[in-house]
Design a protein around this ligand. Structure first.
Ligand SMILES: [Zn+2]
Length: 55
């Protein structure tokens, strides 16, 4: 299961970008559990191109 960012903090991630989930972090290192309402699980393909999500 991947995870989509639906928040508006552009320093954290772009709205709508889909990442690999790795515990409380994305594969590329963005923290999920400090603002869990900004993230939603999805079965859509990863669109993040950073290391850890892309590979
Ligand atoms: Zn990512």
């Amino acid at each position: 299961m991947n995870i989509k960012y639906i928040g508006n903090d552009t320093k954290k991630s772009e709205n709508g970008k889909i990442h690999v989930q790795n515990g409380n972090y994305t594969g590329c290192g963005a923290r999920i559990d400090d603002n869990p309402q900004d993230w939603v699980k999805t079965s859509q393909s990863v669109t993040c191109d950073k290391n850890g999500c892309k590979n």
